[in-house]
Design a protein around this ligand. Structure first.
Ligand SMILES: NC(=O)c1ccc[n+]([C@@H]2O[C@H](COP(=O)([O-])OP(=O)(O)OC[C@H]3O[C@@H](n4cnc5c(N)ncnc54)[C@H](OP(=O)(O)O)[C@@H]3O)[C@@H](O)[C@H]2O)c1
Length: 357
C-alpha cells in the first residue's frame, strides 16, 4: 500500500473503502466494470462521490465530478477503485476529465488491464498529476474478479453446455433430441441462458431443432433477461425459423475462425457466451481451447447409436485428453447437472491441456 504524501493513510483507506462500497451499486456483468470514486478535499473531507451505472452512462470519476461546481475539485484527491480509463468510448476518457478538473493527485485500487482503456495513470502523470496504486487492491480485485478476468483475456468467457443420456448420446439416430432431460434441468438451462450475454448454436442444430434460443421463465418475480442469439455456420437460417422471432437481433458468424468470431462478439460488448451445441460446434470450441466452463445435464436414460454428445476433440492419444475438474454437482429432478472447468486455465491455443495428466 502507498503512504500518501498529503493525506493520512487512514483517511485514504476509508475513502477507498467507501468507493468500493458505492461501486457495488453499479450493475453486475456486461462489458463495463463496477467502479466507485470519492473526491477528497486537501484536508481529507469528502467533496463528492460517484459510481458507474452501466454501459453508456458516466464513469465513476465523471459522475463524482458532476456533483461539483467548476473549480471545486482543484487541488483535490480522487480516490477510485479502478485506474481511470484513457479511451474515448461513449463517455470520454476519465483521465482527461480529472486533468480538466484540476485534481492534485489520484489513487486507484487496481490497474486497468484493458487493451484499449488502460494507461490512464500514465496520462495523468504526463500531465503532472501523481497517479498511483492506493489501498485495498485485494478487495477491489475481488469485486471486479469477472471483469478483470475478461479484460485480461480479451475475449468472452465461454460455457459449453450439452444434455446427454447416461451413455453420452446427444440425440437419437434420427437426430431427435427433445427431450433427453426432464423439466427441472430444462428450467435450469433457461436460467443459465439468461445469465449469459449471448447464446450460440451451429446451423446443424438450427436445422434439426428450430430452437427459439430465448430464456423462458422468471427469477425473483421478473422475466428472465434475453441473451443475444448467435448462429455459427455457412448455411442460411430458414426464413420461417423461430430464431427470427427472438426479441434480440440475431448475429450470424461463419465459425471458420472461432478466435476471430469471439473477437467480433467481444467488440459488440458480449462478455459471456453460452454454447448450446450441437456436438460439432461444442467440440470445435473445446478443441480450440475456448471452453472455460463445461455444463453437462445427464439424464438416466440410454440411447445408444451414433449421435455422440461430442465429436472429434483432437485427442489422438490419451496424453492429449482435455482434463477438467468438477466444480459443482447437483441433482435436478431425476437428472444430474455437472459443471467442470479445465485443470489449467484455457488459452486460445489448439491443445491447451496437452500434457496434463
Ligand atoms: N443434446 C444436446 O444438448 C443437443 C444440443 C444441440 C443439438 N443437439 C442435436 O445435435 C444434432 C445436430 O448436430 P450438429 O453437430 O450437426 O449441430 P451443430 O454443431 O449445431 O451444427 C454443426 C454445423 O455448424 C456449422 N459450424 C460453423 N462453425 C463451426 C465450427 N467451428 N465447428 C463445427 N461446426 C461449425 C457447420 O455448418 P455449415 O455447413 O452451415 O457451416 C456445421 O455443420 C441434432 O440432432 C440436434 O438435435 C443436441
Amino acid at each position: 500500500m502507498i503512504t500518501p504524501d498529503r493525506l493520512d493513510a487512514a483517511v485514504l483507506d476509508a475513502a477507498m473503502g467507501r468507493a468500493l462500497e458505492i461501486a457495488t451499486r453499479g450493475p453486475e456483468g456486461g462489458p463495463n466494470p463496477r467502479v466507485g470514486c470519492v473526491i477528497l478535499s486537501p484536508d481529507g473531507h469528502t467533496l463528492a462521490e460517484g459510481w458507474h451505472r452501466g454501459a453508456g452512462t458516466a464513469h465513476a470519476e465523471v459522475d463524482a465530478l458532476s456533483h461539483l461546481a467548476p473549480g471545486e475539485a482543484r487541488g483535490a484527491t480522487a480516490v477510485v477503485t479502478l485506474e481511470p480509463c484513457n479511451h474515448t468510448g461513449r463517455t470520454g476518457p476519465c483521465a482527461q476529465a480529472l486533468i480538466a478538473a484540476g485534481v492534485a493527485e489520484v489513487y486507484f485500487a487496481v490497474p486497468d488491464p484493458g487493451a484499449v482503456s488502460s494507461h490512464g495513470a500514465q496520462t495523468l502523470i504526463d500531465a503532472g498529476i501523481p497517479a498511483q496504486l492506493g489501498p485495498r487492491r485485494e478487495q477491489a480485485e475481488k469485486l471486479l474478479a469477472d471483469w478483470l478476468r475478461d479484460a485480461r483475456r480479451g475475449r468472452p468467457t465461454v460455457t459449453v453446455k450439452w444434455a446427454t443420456s447416461l451413455d453420452g448420446r446427444a440425440a437419437a439416430a434420427d437426430g431427435t433430441s427433445q427431450w433427453i432431460t426432464g423439466p427441472d434441468a430444462r428450467a435450469d438451462v433457461h436460467l443459465e441462458r439468461s445469465r449469459h450475454d449471448a447464446i450460440a448454436v451451429g446451423t446443424g442444430t438450427v436445422l434439426a431443432d428450430d430452437p427459439a434460443l430465448t430464456a423462458r421463465g422468471e427469477e425473483n418475480g421478473a422475466p428472465l433477461a434475453q441473451p443475444i442469439p448467435v448462429v455459427f455456420g455457412h448455411r442460411e437460417v430458414p426464413a420461417d425459423a423461430q430464431l427470427h422471432s427472438h426479441p434480440r437481433e440475431l448475429i450470424t458468424l461463419s465459425g471458420d475462425d472461432l478466435a476471430a468470431d469471439l473477437d467480433v462478439l467481444w467488440k459488440r460488448g458480449i462478455r459471456s457466451v453460452f454454447v448450446e451445441g450441437g456436438p460439432s460446434l461444442a467440440s470445435s470450441f473445446i478443441r480450440a481451447g475456448f471452453a472455460d466452463r463445461v455444463l453437462v445435464y445427464v439424464a438416466p436414460t440410454l440411447i445408444g447409436g451414433p449421435k455422440l454428445a461430442l465429436t472429434d476433440l483432437g485427442v489422438d492419444t490419451i496424453d492429449d485428453q482435455h482434463r477438467l475438474v468438477f466444480t459443482d454437482v447437483q441433482h435436478l429432478g431425476s437428472d444430474l447437472r455437472l459443471t467442470a472447468e479445465p485443470v489449467a486455465p484455457e488459452t486460445p491455443s489448439t491443445h491447451p491441456t496437452s500434457g496434463a495428466h
